[in-house]
Ligand binder design. Structure first.
Ligand code: GAP
Length: 443
């Protein structure tokens, strides 16, 4: 299993999914850059989340707030005081360790004596304006949801939503994690996809169960192995300062079960605290004129963690005559490239010209790759490894009949399709209509 992680790290680097950030200077711990393919994969994940969580629904509205807020926000949210990890520092080598990662009173690095436990705040500090003084101190947001709470009244005033309703946001979050690692699992800069779903008090538990089911189904619908997903109920005494109940959707990573998404019942904690500190009325008024603080159910998911789970879950190897075929069985909706176009032989100008025409025909409608290097077998392998769902080859028959072959990554099965039907056929395959007939994900 640990071997799988190494394979994913190496594939990510080799094919341009993920690079260590600032690599030419030796990197910087907990920061990662996304290459050409990783960027497409990330964008597809975010678009899919936005489509299913916002656009396909009648009750969720989008928001895009700033990364830096007035520091009062973090006072009201409790982060200035409570967003901490208990740490112990080694008196000899001065390394700090999370309390929950320590097995004894000795430093795991040098065996030195450890100092008493201290709370370490995970928020990155910065200064707004020219003067670096306390009055100008601000923080990079550690979660995107506070942007939603501070805009609650703005959104309610502009769209006048009927409760229950949600406000969603995708954006960067920053945490000065003491222990980062397991590739992109725990980062210091990452993206979050958060929904704050506002409900009537008393209906929060029902909606909590609703989102718990919805969110697990979301992963299963994307082809994630359901046997590798489970719920983890946070024990009451370990709940975050704002939470009445939190359940994680966990994934079985090569290093063990770990949090993929958190679903929290934040009650009316945030709105009430902001109202108290800013002195404004942030209550919701229903159609009967009754005013109250809604309760909030929050599904919160990291984009990088989703990328990692998708890569781990999609990776498979198949032995064949040529050796080992590596396949990323990504759902075609998330694949960086949907289809790759190849001329059968790169040294036949007629084939190349016709293939280029097919490429131009598809390009406005799909994310298409062009590949004319090496032999056709190698090109298929190369595309399988990055999850391209279809291979479209232009051969001598194309020149005579105006048909091409379409090859399915999952089964390597091929069908012949008229060029005039190509766009429609690919669309159907990607939308899933033909997908099952043509070869579903093999897992
Ligand atoms: N607003 C709620 C909140 O921030 P969280 O459980 O701390 O909750 C939500 O974070 C999700 O963000 C996690 O389930 C995980 O997917 C992702 N996440 C959290 N910390 C992360 C980190 N350091 N690196 C990458 N992803 C992280």
């Amino acid at each position: 299993m640990a071997d799988l992680m190494n394979k994913i790290v190496s594939l990510s680097k080799r094919r341009g999914f993920v690079f260590p950030s600032s690599e030419i200077y030796g990197g910087i711990g907990g920061f990662w850059d996304f290459g050409p393919l990783g960027t497409e994969l990330k964008n597809n994940i975010k678009s899919w989340w936005w489509k299913t969580m916002v656009l396909d629904r009648d009750d969720v509205y989008g928001l895009d707030s700033t990364i830096i807020h007035n520091p009062q926000v973090w006072k009201a949210s409790g982060h200035t005081v409570s967003f901490t990890d208990p740490l112990r520092e080694c008196k000899s080598c001065h390394q700090r360790f999370r309390l929950d990662h320590l097995k004894s009173d000795k430093c795991p690095e040098c065996g030195g004596e450890l100092a008493e436990v201290k709370q370490f705040n995970l928020m990155f500090e910065t200064y707004v304006g020219a003067a670096k003084e306390t009055a100008n101190k601000a923080y990079l947001r550690p979660e995107t949801c506070q942007g939603i709470f501070i805009n609650f009244a703005n959104v309610v005033d502009t769209v006048q939503p009927k409760i229950p309703f949600g406000i969603a946001q995708i954006g960067k979050g920053f945490r000065n994690e003491v222990t980062f690692g397991n590739f992109i699992f725990r980062d210091r800069e990452f993206e979050m996809m958060e929904l704050e779903y506002f409900v009537k008090p008393g209906e929060d538990e029902k909606w909590f169960d609703y989102w718990l089911k919805q969110r697990k189904k979301w992963f299963v619908d994307l082809g994630i192995d359901s046997k590798k997903l489970r719920y983890f109920e946070h024990p009451k005494k370990a709940l975050a300062h704002y939470s009445k109940r939190t359940v994680d959707i966990e994934y079985k990573f090569p290093f063990g079960w770990g949090e993929l998404e958190g679903i929290a019942n934040r009650t009316d904690f945030d709105l009430k605290n902001h109202a108290k500190l800013c002195g404004k009325d942030l209550k919701y008024q229903d159609d009967k004129g009754k005013k109250f603080y809604p309760f909030v159910v929050e599904p919160s998911l990291g984009v990088e963690r989703t990328v990692l789970v998708l890569l781990l879950d999609a990776y498979r190897e198949e032995k064949d005559k040529e050796g080992v075929r590596v396949i990323l069985s990504l759902d075609p909706r998330l694949s960086p490239y949907k289809v790759a176009v190849f001329p059968l032989l790169a040294n036949k100008p007629k084939l190349v010209k016709q293939a280029r025409q097919v490429y131009e025909l598809l390009k406005p409608h799909f994310v298409v790759a062009w590949d004319d290097r090496g032999n056709i077998g190698k090109r298929y392998y190369s595309q399988d490894e990055i999850g391209t769902f279809l291979g479209c080859t232009i051969d001598f028959q194309t020149l005579e009949e105006r048909t091409v072959t379409l090859r399915n990554r999952e089964t390597t099965k091929q069908i012949r399709v008229k060029i005039s039907d190509l766009k429609k056929t690919i669309q159907k395959v990607l939308e899933g209509e033909e997908f099952l007939k043509f070869g579903k994900l093999v897992k």
